[in-house]
Design a protein around this ligand. Structure first.
Ligand code: AMP
Length: 352
């Protein structure tokens, strides 16, 4: 059943994704309730309600859930067990969250769903890392199974003698070892799926990363990537279906000579979909809300010839006044306070 305007949407996590989701909700007449352990999360200042509590505080979660018509998340590193108190109100469900939290479970799941991933091994010791290098060949990247993001918790092994250093660098945590992919480009598919199994994808987005952090996203992605659209969207749809996912799901790909390889999934709206705010008829945030509210999905096509999104990271936010003065530049600032190096502070989208 569809939830009518005026309903309350709970959002676990109060970062910029929650902030942009709350702004999208306000536009179509819904109000948001942010749940986050921080004192002043940037999503709370644009939302009607805020609960400050830890993500594993079941009592607080129960109270929060009782006051919301539906609950979603903007962040996947949430403890799964305590969220059971939210029951069916949580969309996407716990399976999407659990699978995306652990790189090993994620890779097994992706393979079972029929998606192609780079050859990989589970690693629990230095000996496992060395064995993975022997089996996969060089280079290999070690990634912690849990709590990695934006290139954190990763170390490359380019020479067999580097295994010890890489294992130490990731804190000797349970990990996966992945064969290094010789890719031509990276891209993502942002797809929304409703409870009745209808899904709709945004145009493929080419992503450029530096140091593991997304710098720019460009749409259209270009002919070489768009030639993979059918395969990439079919795989994303199969992944969403086997998760029983309700909401937006993001699938990040490597474009290789052999076709698309899945790098990872995020069970949520994604940085590579920010261009949709101005660049698509329906933004990824509104599309996510439509899916979890039981509404019809919107038109996901481009409104212009092209869109380029540039992240403003750390002190790059100091350029805000120049960007504001630039014709055709759409500036978004997240009001996150201190501009620490590597921190996503805002973004700008340019359509043409
Ligand atoms: P991730 O946190 O897994 O998204 O990794 C961050 C970035 O590191 C990716 O966007 C790629 O640019 C690079 N990367 C990750 N895994 C691999 C791999 N197996 N081969 C080559 N590059 C990779």
């Amino acid at each position: 059943m569809a939830l009518a305007p005026g309903s309350t949407i709970g959002i676990l996590g109060g970062g910029q994704l929650g902030r942009m989701m709350a702004l999208a909700a306000a536009r179509i007449g819904y109000e948001c309730h942010i749940f986050d352990p921080h004192e002043r999360p940037c999503a709370a200042e644009v939302s009607a309600h805020f609960t400050r509590a830890k993500f594993d505080d079941e009592q607080a979660l129960r109270r929060f859930g009782a006051g919301c018509d539906v609950v979603t998340y903007e962040f996947e590193n949430l403890p799964v067990e305590p969220l059971r108190v939210l029951g069916d109100r949580l969309k996407p469900g716990l399976k999407s969250l659990a699978v995306a939290q652990d790189r090993g479970d994620e890779k097994s799941f992706l393979e079972d769903a029929g998606a192609k991933v780079t050859p990989w091994r589970a690693v629990a010791s230095l000996e496992d890392a060395q064995a993975a290098v022997a089996e996969l060949g060089l280079p290999v990247v070690l990634k912690t199974r849990r709590y990695g993001y934006d290139g954190k918790g990763q170390a490359w092994i380019r020479d067999a003698g580097d295994a010890q250093e890489a294992w130490d660098a990731i804190g000797r945590e349970p990990a996966v070892a992945e064969a290094g992919v010789n890719f031509d480009a990276e891209f993502s598919v942002v797809i929304a799926r409703t409870a009745d199994g209808t899904s709709r994808a945004f145009p493929l987005t080419r992503n450029h990363h530096e140091g593991g952090i997304l710098r720019t996203s460009t749409v259209p992605a270009g002919p070489a990537i768009d030639a993979m659209a059918d395969r990439a969207i079919a795989a994303a749809r199969a992944i969403a279906d086997s998760l029983g996912h309700v909401g937006v799901l993001t699938v990040e790909y490597f474009a290789t000579a052999d076709g698309p390889l899945v790098n990872e999934i995020a069970p949520r709206v994604h940085n590579s979909g920010h261009w949709t705010i101005e660049g698509a008829h329906t933004s990824q945030f509104e599309q996510h809300l439509r899916a979890i509210l039981g509404l019809a999905l919107g038109d996901a096509s481009l409104v212009a010839g092209s869109a380029v999104m540039e992240n403003l990271i750390g002190s790059e936010i100091d350029r805000w006044a120049d960007i504001l003065a630039e014709p055709g530049a759409d500036l978004h600032l997240y009001n996150k306070g201190e501009a620490r190096p590597g921190r996503k502070m805002g973004h700008v989208t340019r359509l043409s």
